[in-house]
Design a protein around this ligand. Structure first.
Ligand code: GLN
Length: 210
């Protein structure tokens, strides 16, 4: 059974742990390097990316997580987690760090103050079962994506029509909204499938190398 960590420095950690547990994987909070070493994949929750950035530095986790991501650890980020996974952050604080695992540019708090929070339906490519009810809370959007990044969801209608809010590149997925708060677990389920496939491939490779 894969072990999936949820970065537990700040943000909506319990909601992600619960959504993962409903997928029958072992879900554990990660605050220390030893805990990171014990997981097959990592979820970075929503919260406040400037706070998560500072705490990653304070807990000596920034470089170890970057290194795991470079070596192919699967990751899922929601909202602030998407910002943390991005290579480029607009409207961030000067000293804000990101993990650079997704070749995207995100704009923080992009939807503007008037619409701090809203809900809408988004159709997600590769996720069956109809549109996904999405909850945006002071969310970012994706301003541009590198060649290897697949856009899997865009806002449809309203002032933000067409804005990119869900992406995937290899084993890294991110959403500008919060899939952990609606009880619709299809994104966590897709992520767990991806983690299972990645851990099976890694085990195969290890066998071959022996
Ligand atoms: N505005 C937050 C940030 O910039 C993200 C909000 C969220 O995760 N709900 O980090």
């Amino acid at each position: 059974m894969p072990v999936i960590g949820v970065l537990a420095l700040q943000g909506d950690v319990p909601e992600h742990l619960a959504a993962l547990e409903r997928q029958h994987v072992k879900a554990v909070p990660v605050r220390r390097v030893e805990e990171l070493d014990a997981v097959d994949a990592l979820v970075i929750p929503g919260g406040e990316s400037t706070a998560i950035s500072k705490l990653l530095v304070a807990f000596d986790l920034l470089e170890p997580i970057r290194e795991r991501l470079t070596r192919g650890m699967p990751a899922l980020g929601s909202c602030a987690g998407m910002i943390m996974l991005a290579s480029r952050v607009l409207d961030g604080r000067d000293d804000q760090q990101s993990l650079g695992a997704l070749d995207i540019t995100v704009r923080r708090n992009a939807f503007g103050r008037q619409v701090d929070s809203f809900e809408t339906d988004v159709v997600l490519d590769g996720i069956d079962g109809g549109p996904f009810r999405t909850v945006f809370i002071r969310a970012p959007w994706v301003e541009d994506t590198g060649d290897d990044v697949e856009v899997i969801g865009r806002v449809s209608g309203g002032a933000a029509d067409g804005k990119i809010v869900a992406v995937r590149a290899g084993t890294v997925m991110a959403t500008a909204f919060h899939p952990e708060v609606t009880g619709d677990d299809r994104i966590h389920s897709a992520f767990v499938d991806l983690v299972r496939a990645a851990t099976a491939t890694a085990a195969e490779k290890q066998k071959e190398d022996r």
